[in-house]
Design a protein around this ligand. Structure first.
Ligand code: K7E
Ligand code: CUA
Length: 654
């Protein structure tokens, strides 16, 4: 395309950029839509059509974008501390990040998964995995906050997680890394003998969303990479891809790429439930944590748990089968009808598609190619629905549009292909920039995709954006899929490294969004619900400040009688009952983040003053015209000083 036509095609976007004198070596973009700018433009004051939930990858967060605009709406901390709102720093939220391995302020979050009813995202919760120290979190989509984190014991590299069943009965979690189970000190060379994988089924309470481990399946020591659960006819089954069926423990790039086919594990969880009910599971000791945000106090309650129910394939015949799958597969995705199981053949140029109905027949007919580590291996030809020949290089992940088309990301050839199912015929392809991982279509892994757009989540953006030093942003690219041809609309950089993302129509959640926490329902033990109740109490070396915040002052705002060596707890209750009016609180020299209580909420900052003096504190969130006046002082005296604590009660205050 000539430069001139490119400019025409890019329309006003380029004109605006050029007018600002910023057009630096504009590059050709294949498949760019006419009037692309107008088609993603959401005018000031207007809402986006979709909420998009993007994982933050190694920033451990969830990033919420509006689509089609690509506007970043919110960053929700999940597995990482967040100084912006004090998550993981405040006394109330620290416990959310406590595991059996101690306080873990970081993780690597890959797969956001929306809760479903009848196989369709219902807008209640979002689940997301932590890879490194295995955990699954649940976010409440009324408040956009992390309300629960469950640690997964007997696991490592929690990557095939947290994929959901069609009525949110379970979210699953599989081990990307096999390890000695239970853990022990053993030679790494004994991998084949001692290392195992687990597939964990986490029960989700229908009413509350509360998670709990139902059972774990002990598997051979492969790497269980990704998963998706069945829907419609295949409801009751979940599918996990594996690589390293070679069971190599070193130089996996060579040693785990030898087998022509690895396996997709098909797990019949209804059968597993029967086996558990029949007492076929073994109790296994395991230490793990389960942290839940209490609705009334808004304090995280940590719980320590011991033991899980463990099933082996041998003890529960009919529970697990292996479907041979070329070659070191990555993603596995179930189409909206529930019949087709599409893997990403990573090192193969063909995309293998398994048929659920043929799988059931193959099981009945015992069309087997032997048994691997106690698991029947079904014959490839007997379960294959078809292959997409010469699809692309490095197929990774698939999403569906609900109109019989599959969109596959191709990491090596940096493109998205669109192909028909059934039909197995590539009908369109579009380059993306560059090295695409997952794709997102609103509802694209559900029974009823909303379609309209596909978003490419790209790993590499070399030369795509203004350079920012050695590290460049990962990017998302929004592509229109409403017509026959994919049309590129928009690029936007992302935070962290989003692996997967999911989206749903805004109207499913926007009207349910919480605006305040009712102050009368605040059951925090250190809440102060009226200014007249503010006070300071000492017990030994601990000082508790019962403080309120309301535009535009703290009460108390002059504090004396604190001593070096004390531990001071500022319990700040935000008395506002008005939407979008948090107050922040920070104190000089604090080795802690600020806290940011929402309207009606109490949050606590722990402070250990190290020297005598008078130290200011202030509100960090610009809350009113007199926000700058929202400040105070705390006087710190030497240990053993006679300065009385004040104000100690209502009578002591003016
Ligand atoms: Cu393909 Cu972790 Cu799902 Cu990255 S994962 S892309
Ligand atoms: Cu309160 Cu600024």
């Amino acid at each position: 395309m000539s430069r001139r036509r490119w400019v025409e095609a890019a329309g006003i976007l380029v004109l605006v950029v050029a007018a600002a004198g910023l057009a630096v070596a504009a590059k050709e973009v294949k498949g760019l839509a006419k009037n692309a700018a107008a088609r993603v433009y959401v005018a000031p004051g207007s809402y986006d059509e979709f909420y998009g939930f993007f994982s933050g990858g190694f920033n451990g967060q969830v990033n919420v974008y509006g689509l089609p605009s690509g506007r970043l709406l919110r960053i929700v901390p999940v597995f990482a501390v967040n100084p912006e709102n004090g998550y993981g720093y405040s006394e109330e939220t620290k416990a959310m990040l406590v595991t059996s391995h101690g306080f873990i302020p970081w993780d690597d979050a890959h797969h956001p998964e929306l809760s479903q009813t009848d196989g369709v995202p219902d807008g209640r919760w979002l689940f997301i995995n932590a890879n490194n120290t295995p955990r699954v979190a649940r976010l409440d989509l009324k408040t956009f906050e992390t309300v629960e984190i469950l640690e997964i014991p007997n696991a490592a590299g929690n990557h095939s997680s947290p994929f959901i069943t069609q009525n949110s009965e379970y979210v699953v979690a599989g081990t990307r890394f096999s390890v000695p189970i239970p853990q022990k000190d053993t030679a790494i060379a004994d991998y084949k003998k001692d290392f195992r994988g687990t597939l964990t089924f986490i029960r989700v309470e229908r009413k509350t969303g509360r998670m709990g481990i139902a059972f774990q399946i002990l598997m051979p020591g492969f790497d269980y990479d990704l998963a998706h659960c069945g829907k419609g006819p295949s409801h009751g089954w979940c599918f996990f891809t594996s690589y390293n069926t070679e069971q190599a423990n070193t130089l996996l790039e060579i040693n785990a790429s030898k087998n022509d086919k690895d396996f997709t594990a098909a797990v019949n969880w209804k059968r597993a439930e029967e086996c558990v009910a029949q007492g076929k599971a073994q109790e296994m000791t395991a230490a793990y944590t389960h942290n839940v945000l209490d609705d009334d106090t808004r304090i995280v309650k940590p719980e320590k748990l011991t033991g899980t129910k463990t099933l082996t394939p041998e003890a529960c015949a009919g529970m697990v089968y292996f479907l041979p799958t070329p070659k070191s597969p990555h993603g596995v995705d179930v189409d909206p009808t529930g019949e087709y199981i599409v893997a990403g053949g990573k090192l193969s140029a063909t995309i293998p598609v398994h048929s659920f109905s043929k799988m059931l027949k193959a099981i009945d007919a015992k069309a087997q190619d032997g048994v691997a580590a106690g698991v029947p291996v079904l014959k490839y030809e007997a379960v294959l629905a078809g292959e997409v020949p010469k699809a692309c290089l490095g197929p990774l992940h698939n999403e569906f549009d609900g109109k019989g088309n599959v969109y596959t990301s191709c990491f090596l050839s940096s493109e998205i292909i669109k192909w028909t199912l059934p039909g197995f015929k590539v009908v369109d392809r579009i380059p993306v920039y560059y090295s695409v991982g997952h794709l997102l279509i609103p509802g694209g892994d559900s029974r009823k995709p909303w379609g309209k757009y596909v978003v490419a989540l790209n790993k590499i953006t070399k030369d795509r954006y203004l350079p920012t030093g050695p590290e460049l942003a990962q990017s998302a690219q929004l592509i229109d899929i409403s017509g026959d041809k994919m049309q590129m609309l928009l690029d936007f950089p992302t935070t962290g490294e989003p692996h997967y993302a999911q989206a749903l129509p805004a109207n499913l959640i926007m009207d349910k969004s919480a605006r305040i926490y009712p102050i009368e329902k605040n059951a925090h033990p250190f809440a102060t619900k009226a200014e007249k109740d503010t006070r300071i109490e000492r017990s030994g070396k601990e000082v508790h400040v019962y403080m309120t915040a309301i535009r535009s002052h703290f009460k108390p705002d002059n504090i004396e009688g604190i001593q070096v060596g004390d531990t001071v707890y500022f319990h700040v209750t935000n008395l506002e009952q008005d939407w979008d009016i948090p107050h922040g609180f920070a104190v000089f020299g604090s080795e802690n983040a600020n806290i940011l209580p929402m309207p009606g909420e109490t949050r606590t900052l722990r402070w250990t003053p190290r020297q005598a003096g008078v130290f200011p504190f202030y509100c960090t969130d610009f809350c009113s015209a007199l926000h700058q006046e929202m400040q105070g002082y705390v006087r710190v005296s030497p240990a053993g000083s006679k300065v009385p604590l004040s104000p100690t009660g209502p009578s002591a205050q003016k």
